[in-house]
Ligand binder design. Structure first.
Ligand code: 1CP
Length: 357
């Protein structure tokens, strides 16, 4: 049996305090996709594993790479090393990575019979390797910082499941939405139940915060976002075991009020959103996470530091801000730029709080 540390046993609970909108001595920071290809040590471990999927399916190696960014930088959270596409893979769609390209599915969902057969995977069986990685990462962290578990949103998973790969226009998804919305709703219903079970299993295995990545919800119009993405995230959030939750809809700036009312603890913002405006619109209800443009991490340190200060100034010192990027870090990010960023966030946010900003 796992002996779970209580949140109070954490050596650094700054993230949990900010999620609860309690005052903190400085602004906590972590970075979406903080373990990844911009780090040479990640690439070395990945080479050792043989492929990304072998890496993600080995709890020991997944633990190793999840801790790599924490060895370099004083980050305030770790995130489980996995991928959002493990869930459709567990449903039998056949995830693979074509060399030099993104993720692909061998059997994308296009016909009614396959959609009717789609079933909710049992995380303890088909996704056991993820739960093992949660347990092992949590153990390796030994209370240094909280561990974030995650899933794709029901809609974002459906995008990859129907299209069979990434896309600029999600043509097949939108065709299904127009011609057979009932089929899309059927997929989303299975996904919402799958994501609920998956996140609850991660929480039980030791994840202290969970995040929904709704990377493609922002490709929908307002009415469709409500009906096909947000409604299903609300369903997931309502059925979660007690744990703080973060919802990130990329390009979701138009819908901040309804996202904030979805039942989450925090809303992730991309860099197109003005933090001052987000604070005015929803800052009293939930915490906010974001929102530096990841491209800044390819620029000189002095600019990284200046842009970090601008983001911190715009959010202000009221409780409830978690510093992050506005989307995942890119493979082109300079590791030294990340060091400058994390250092500046810590130092400048402290200074702002003591009134010497
Ligand atoms: O070659 C490699 O090493 C694979 C690159 C890679 C990595 C490092 C992929 C393939 N996935 C991951 C890990 C990953 N993915 C994490 C854990 C790492 C961390 O945060 O430290 C997380 C949280 C994700 C989430 C993820 N995967 C999202 C949502 C977040 C986002 O960036 O929008 C999405 C859309 C995916 C799908 C995916 N998996 C991998 C790639 C290259 C993609 C994007 C495909 C596309 O562009 O459509």
């Amino acid at each position: 049996m796992e002996t779970h540390l209580q949140p109070t046993d954490l050596k650094n609970d700054t993230l949990l305090r900010a999620l609860a909108r309690e005052p903190t001595a400085y602004t906590p920071v972590w970075l979406m996709r903080q373990a990844g290809r911009y780090l040479p040590e990640y690439n070395a471990t990945r080479a050792r594993a043989g492929s990304f999927l072998k890496l993600a399916k080995s709890p020991a190696l997944a633990t190793e790479v999840a801790l790599q960014p924490l060895e370099r930088y004083p980050l305030d959270a770790a995130i489980l090393f996995s991928d959002i596409l493990t869930v459709p893979d567990a449903m039998g769609l056949g995830l693979y990575f074509a060399e030099g390209e993104g993720p692909r599915f061998e059997r994308p969902l296009r016909d009614e019979a396959a959609i009717a057969r789609l079933a909710v995977p049992d995380p303890a069986l088909e996704l056991r390797y993820v739960l093992d990685a949660v347990r092992e990462t949590r153990r390796a962290l030994a209370g240094r910082v909280p561990l974030i578990g995650f899933s794709g949103s029901p809609y974002t998973l459906a995008c990859y499941m129907i299209e069979g790969s990434g896309s600029n226009d999600w043509r097949h998804v939108k065709q299904m939405r127009g011609a057979r919305p009932d089929l899309l709703h059927r997929i989303l219903d299975v996904n919402a139940r799958s994501v609920t079970d998956y996140l609850n299993a991660q929480i039980e295995a030791g994840a202290q915060v969970v995040m929904l990545f709704d990377t493609w919800g922002g490709s929908l119009n307002t009415a469709d976002y409500e009906e096909f993405s947000l409604a299903y995230m609300r369903q997931v959030l309502a059925a979660l075991r007690p744990a703080p939750s973060i919802v990130f809809t990329k390009d979701g700036g138009a819908w901040l009020e309804s996202i904030a009312a979805s039942g989450c603890s925090a809303v992730g913002l991309d860099w197109t959103v003005d933090p001052r405006e987000a604070r005015r619109r929803i800052g009293g209800k939930v915490a906010l996470q974001g929102n530096l443009d990841p491209a800044v991490l390819t620029t000189p340190d002095a600019n990284v530091r200046e842009q970090a200060r601008r983001v911190l100034d715009a959010f202000g010192t009221a409780p409830g801000h978690i510093f992050n990027l506005g989307h995942g870090i890119s493979p082109q990010a300079r590791p030294d730029a990340v060091a400058a960023l994390v250092d500046e966030v810590r130092a400048y946010s402290k200074k702002l709080r003591t009134g010497h900003g």
